[in-house]
Design a protein around this ligand. Structure first.
Ligand SMILES: NC(=O)c1ccc[n+]([C@@H]2O[C@H](COP(=O)([O-])OP(=O)(O)OC[C@H]3O[C@@H](n4cnc5c(N)ncnc54)[C@H](OP(=O)(O)O)[C@@H]3O)[C@@H](O)[C@H]2O)c1
Length: 210
């Protein structure tokens, strides 16, 4: 089955898949292979949410990381060209192979939890997410049909693009698809963070309408 024929929803998964991104007011998430901003508070928020969970990224996202793998997380890279097989960094060529790998991972985790303390292996983030899609644009788009929850950091600015910017990428517009997605107020900020800093931002979390 090719990725294009993948016709599954979140209910087909035995685990909860979330996506997490930071976007400007036009849903822009990346310019020329990098983030358009530097927001240390958002890095912390990202780390707190994803630590301990497998993370899924595309080759573009991997290449944008200053250091990989991100520690404390199983790093899964979707790529038809890479062949990575390190303890915490693996590449897989299809979406189906990512799901298979995650199923194996969680089966192992459950077996370990069964033989130790009860409840071990449950997600420790407040979003109830077991595995995270962390970008970039192609990979958010590819996994969106399987995603139950999207945690966005909404950067309160419209990044100014210049003619020399060639690779400009955007997040899926879940914020404009309110027939499928709803804001989860309990998991969203009521106020903007860092209002006087160079990049004020606000966490807004969307849950898929079932
Ligand atoms: N603001 C944020 O929160 C955020 C988060 C993450 C990344 N970003 C930004 O996003 C940009 C990178 O995004 P991007 O869209 O260019 O790249 P990407 O989605 O990270 O990676 C694209 C690559 O992933 C592989 N891929 C994608 N779909 C596939 C599929 N269905 N099957 C197999 N492989 C597949 C391909 O790799 P191969 O060519 O190797 O086959 C493809 O070239 C960077 O600017 C980065 O800074 C922003």
């Amino acid at each position: 089955m090719s990725d294009k024929q993948l016709n599954l929803g979140p209910e087909a998964l035995d685990f909860t898949l979330g996506a997490i991104w930071a976007a400007d007011t036009n849903a822009l998430i990346g310019v020329d292979g990098d983030l358009p901003w530097h927001i240390p508070g958002d890095f912390k928020h990202f780390k707190n949410a994803t630590l301990g969970c497998p993370i899924i990224m595309g080759r573009g996202c991997l290449e944008s990381l200053p250091k990989a793998p991100l520690p404390g997380r199983l790093n899964i890279v979707l790529s038809r060209t890479l062949n990575l097989s390190e303890p915490n960094l693996v590449s897989v060529p299809t979406i189906e192979a990512v799901i298979e790998l995650l199923n194996e991972h969680f089966t192992q985790l459950k077996a370990q939890a069964g033989s130790t303390a009860e409840g071990e292996g449950a997600p420790s983030n407040p979003y109830g997410v077991d595995a995270w899609v962390i970008g970039g644009a192609q990979v958010y788009e590819a996994f969106l049909p399987l995603t139950s929850i999207v945690v966005t950091s909404q950067v309160q600015t419209a990044v100014e693009l210049k003619p020399e910017h060639t690779r400009v990428v955007h997040a899926p517009r879940v914020d404009q698809d309110l027939s499928n997605w709803q804001v989860l107020p309990d998991l969203s900020d009521q106020e903007v963070r860092d209002p006087l800093g160079p990049w004020p931002w606000q966490v807004v979390t969307y849950g898929r309408k079932m």
